[in-house]
Design a protein around this ligand. Structure first.
Ligand code: DLL
Length: 442
């Protein structure tokens, strides 16, 4: 019989060893890598060198991990302004792969990998899958989109490096997804949580009983999703829903991953150094306090990214994890600092609306927020799907659900907003990242 590894057993995948190393060893390794990558970026990235010179800082000034605070930040605009290849730090002959992220506005950003960078990416993906208790013998359906988006190929090569079986189905064509899931006996699926919600409905429409499928885990990420959403998915399907985090600028998926304890995401700190800063003052925040996640790639050669401002809001969990991993955790990323909008002076994040909606039964977790401006005032409408039986209920029944939802939203947001209940399948489904906010203000 083959040896198997998983989260709880003492036998772990060999690639996961750094997840368990002693803290002092980890910090020493980080410092060594931070110094090397600072030198590499200084020598080969003009923008970084210029900024260092302006500040009068040299790579040799990095003597401790705290010295990272001396380094300049990198912003998304830096990647756009140097489009396409301006931040590459190796000759093109060493670049074996490009990916790109389109974002919502303007030019895409382009990211590059050397052969070694790809190996690191595979390694952190193997470690991510191991966090979900997956191993060789598992059949993993990869429904992240293949192409320039990092989700598809990132997960794909991770599954292969794990020694499990990958089904490279990519996103979309829900009927085929369900057929393949059932007929090929998928034991895990990778996709965005919003696409999985869509698959849940689809499967149930096809008369599938989740208990009849071998599917036991979902590796969901690429967009914010709430803990309530996780509970909903797990309750509805009986699978375990894991949270995988990453971003194109850093590597793609595999920067962090939740483990069996489900409390936060472990960051693969030997390759990614994390800081939390106050998004306004740029000052470091103590562990446990919320701020913007800043990430430095410690080993990426083709395109090192120093102190990247992710705009993702989270905090470092100070406590050690029960799973035994020594690498630190951050809290689930429920929002981005640039997701926020202001209605009647109140700061609002889409994730707050999601949490409110999922507290009330008879709503489906399909919702959209529509922002409009009338007479200089911003207005917000929440459209949410409710189950078919609510719709076929009496007017009084419908009103009761409306009131319950309206109260739940008002309770969380602190203001009342327009709420519209819509029939199932009214809100457009996404194959990848869901579009929660439709901004019609400009
Ligand atoms: O979404 C990479 C990825 C692919 C991650 C597949 C996980 C799974 P980008 O398209 O560059 O890369 O988008 C990165 O998506 O800054 C977060 O705002 C958001 N995001 C990614 N994962 C999560 C998550 C990929 N688990 C941006 N929770 C990031 C919350 C997430 N937000």
């Amino acid at each position: 019989m083959h040896a198997q590894w998983n989260d709880r057993e003492s036998l772990v995948h060999p690639a996961s060893a750094p997840d368990y190393i002693r803290e002092e060893q980890l910090r020493a390794l980080q410092l060594q890598r931070l110094r090397a990558i600072t030198e590499h970026a200084y020598a080969h990235q003009e923008l970084f060198r210029q900024r260092m010179d302006e500040r009068g800082i040299a790579p040799a000034d990095i003597r401790t991990l705290e010295d990272i605070q001396k380094l300049p930040f990198t912003q998304k605009t830096d990647l756009r302004d140097t489009y396409p290849y301006g931040l590459f730090a190796v000759p093109m002959s060493e670049v074996v792969r490009l990916h790109a992220s389109s974002g919502t506005t303007g030019k895409p950003i382009v990211v590059a990998y050397t052969q070694d960078d790809i190996k690191v990416w595979e390694e952190v993906m193997v470690r991510s899958f191991a966090c979900a208790g997956l191993h060789s013998g598992d059949i993993i359906q990869n429904a992240y989109g293949y192409g320039l988006f990092t989700g598809g190929l990132g997960a794909h090569y991770g599954v292969e490096a794990l020694g499990a079986t990958v089904i490279p189905i990519s996103g979309g064509n829900s009927e085929r997804q369900i057929m393949v899931m059932r007929d090929f006996g998928a034991t895990a699926i990778c996709c965005t949580p919003s696409y999985f919600l869509h698959l849940i409905e689809y499967a149930e429409g096809m008369g599938i009983d989740w208990n009849d499928l071998p599917l036991r885990a979902g590796v969901f990420g690429a967009e914010p999703w709430s803990n309530e959403m996780r509970q909903y998915i797990e309750g509805r399907t009986g699978i375990k829903a894991y949270d995988i985090y990453g971003l194109s600028e850093i590597v793609g998926p595999g920067v962090g991953m939740s483990c069996g304890t489900k409390d936060g995401l472990h960051i693969f700190e030997d390759h990614f150094m994390i800081e939390i800063v106050d998004p306004v003052t740029d000052q470091p925040m103590p562990d446990g306090e919320e701020g913007e996640l800043v990430i430095t790639t410690l080993s990426k050669k083709a395109m090192p990214v120093m102190r990247y401002r992710t705009h993702d809001i989270t905090s470092i969990i100070p406590e050690k994890c029960e799973c035994g991993r020594t690498i630190r955790r951050i809290n689930r990323i429920a929002r981005r600092s640039d997701d926020m909008f202001i209605i009647r002076g109140v700061n609002i994040f889409p994730s707050q609306v999601e949490a409110a909606l999922l507290k009330v039964e008879s709503t489906l977790p399909h919702y959209q927020i529509i922002l409009t401006r009338t007479g200089g005032m911003d207005q917000m409408e929440v459209q949410v799907e409710v189950t078919a039986n609510v719709f076929s209920d009496t007017v009084r029944g419908l009103e009761a659900v409306h009131k319950q939802l309206s109260d739940a939203i008002a309770h969380i947001l602190g203001i009342r907003v327009k709420l519209t209940l819509v029939e199932p399948n009214t809100i457009e489904r996404s194959m990848g990242k869901a579009k929660r906010v439709i901004d019609k203000r400009s």
